[in-house]
Design a protein around this ligand. Structure first.
Ligand SMILES: CC(C)(COP(=O)(O)OP(=O)(O)OC[C@H]1O[C@@H](n2cnc3c(N)ncnc32)[C@H](O)[C@@H]1OP(=O)(O)O)[C@@H](O)C(=O)NCCC(=O)NCCS
Length: 181
């Protein structure tokens, strides 16, 4: 229908794991988005997929004209520590050909808006300090730098640092987006 948004955010189904793995592997190959240096296959990411849950730590799939172009996720921070249950680590990955169009912003806003439902009060993003795009995205959405471990991440061809960005979710007045989940 003309005028209908082409971008949707929804939950994944298990048959879509391969598409998510391929997007993650792009980030692995890129070398500035994750500390992993070896690509994954579907089986290796199954445990990651299974450990997420719509009601607690969701995966958010981004589709454009029904094609999967990215995903975000909330994961436990210091898993198993009851007093840290309301903290989650947020991650986001878009297919390279769909980056730089504002979709990362829409995804992150959607995740922030979903935090109340899944009882998350604090979001933490853990990223490489060379990942300028993600830093910009996080700052734009109210995240502040909470930590910087300098020169601790060693790739074959470079050394970089680890940044921690954080957001107290209730302290930001987020507008509700018209996305489907
Ligand atoms: C990080 C990511 C999700 C951002 O999504 P995106 O759709 O590309 O970002 P947006 O278009 O919403 O832009 C967000 C901000 O980043 C800025 N940005 C885009 N490309 C940039 C670049 N190369 N360098 C610096 N800033 C950049 C945009 O200008 C925008 O800020 P502005 O609105 O103030 O101008 C996406 O680039 C991505 O998937 N990257 C690879 C995976 C990754 O690094 N994930 C994070 C690991 S936790």
């Amino acid at each position: 229908m003309p005028g209908m948004p082409r971008l949707h955010i929804r939950w994944p189904v298990r048959t879509e794991l391969s598409a998510l793995v391929e997007i993650y592997n792009q980030a692995v190959r890129n070398g500035t988005a994750t500390g992993h240096t070896k690509e994954f296959n579907r089986q290796q990411r199954w445990e990651w997929y299974r450990s997420h849950d719509i009601m607690a730590y969701p995966i958010y799939v981004v589709t454009y004209d029904k094609k999967i172009i990215g995903y975000g996720s909330l994961s436990p921070y210091r898993k198993g520590r009851q007093a840290m249950r309301s903290i989650a680590e947020v991650s986001f990955f878009l297919d390279e050909t769909f980056q730089g169009r504002g979709f990362g912003s829409i995804l992150l806003e959607k995740i922030i808006n979903d935090c109340h439902r899944v009882k998350i009060k604090t979001l933490i993003a853990i990223l490489l300090d060379v990942n300028k795009k993600s830093v910009r995205l996080l700052k734009k959405h109210g995240f502040k730098k909470w930590g910087h471990f300098r020169d601790v991440v060693e790739f074959e061809d470079k050394t970089c640092g680890q940044l921690i960005y954080g957001l107290k979710v209730g302290e930001k007045n987020n507008e509700i987006l018209h996305c489907e989940v």
